[in-house]
Design a protein around this ligand. Sequence first.
Ligand code: SAH
Length: 398
Amino acid sequence: MQEIDIKVKPHFIDIYKNGYPLISKESLENFSKLTQEGLIVNLFDAKNRFLAKGYHGIQNKGFGWVLSYKKDEAIDVAFFKKKITQAIEHRKKYIEDKETTAYRLFNGEGDGVGGLTIDYFDGYYLLTWYSIGIYELKPLILEAIKESVEYKGIYQKKRFDGKGKYLDDADDFIMGERASESITVKENGVNFAIHLDDGAMVGIFLDQKEVRKTIRDKYAKGKTLLNTFSYTGAFSVYGALGGATKTTSVDLAKRSLPKTKEQFAVNNIDPQTQEIIVEDVFNYFKYAVRKKLLFDMVVLDPPSFARSKKHTFSASKDYVNLLKEAIQITAKNGVIVASTNAANFSMMTFRDFIFRAFKELKGKYKVEESFSLPSDFKVDKKFPEGNYLKVVFIRKLK
Ligand code: SAH
């Protein structure tokens, strides 16, 4: 790999010295030397003292990621193998758990390589590349995976806008044996149908595993559950398995209907016994208020930003209103599970949104418990913004 030396501007030096892993364009003296993503860059201070080594890759978050603080460490197959081996070590709990065959094996900067995640689905590995830069390092990373794990097959998703040679793959399959169109994995003993090669998403968001389990084990029994922004209905499935009397899943996307039916079916729950509605959540709230519907549990899991025909929703601006809608159709002593994956505000701010929503409606509530990322979504302590997930279980008292 070609390595380029670059100087860091004086007032940014302490940031790298303190271990911040994201490389920013503003911090570099002569960033134009980085002519190509994937280049390995050695960062130096004004006196030519080595600070860190990383790669150049453009992501919404920055200009590259630090990989090492050792000047002589080569970024080669052995380097990635070491990172993957350490990552495997950290997931022992999941690897040994017979009831869970789906988890995140490698979580970007949390495991020492920003821009790359690896998810495990019952023998299949799904690599997600977040920039052209990390994709340029793919041959090294694939070789490292080959040497560190036994796999049935390897798949990939590209989360960057590439042109030319970056568009060459006909599908998401890379190597090994092809998975059938739908494979069934387990999480806490619950089945999930996973589609490894069917668009950008595979059917499950692995970061909510603890929240789903908590709903099933502690809250669902004998309750009605409304699951908004339900996607494939994962929260509804856990609710039904936990003994919810009925679940109602609402999502705007047409695909959510067959996909939710499928998730119920692989868990031997007749989808006919559950309600699955394809509609804008905000319309559904109006309908529910008009019909005076009340739910014992309401799950709110909106995208951090979404545009539908009538609405633009931004979590940082609109979550208070979303909560107010939900509070109105939650039964007294019912529970709202408020979730957000928006990285641009903190748990403090999120708790303040909850406070404001209840205050504006003159309601009362109690926070039962809250969650952030599970341990397989390892976070770099020096990069706390990587811990984007915030989930709060709120009991409506009044
Ligand atoms: N809760 C889901 C993940 C939600 S992903 C899970 O546990 O798997 C966000 C979902 O919100 C997407 O499926 C998208 O189709 C849906 N969505 C976005 N805007 C919406 C709206 N206004 N009304 C209903 N669904 C919406």
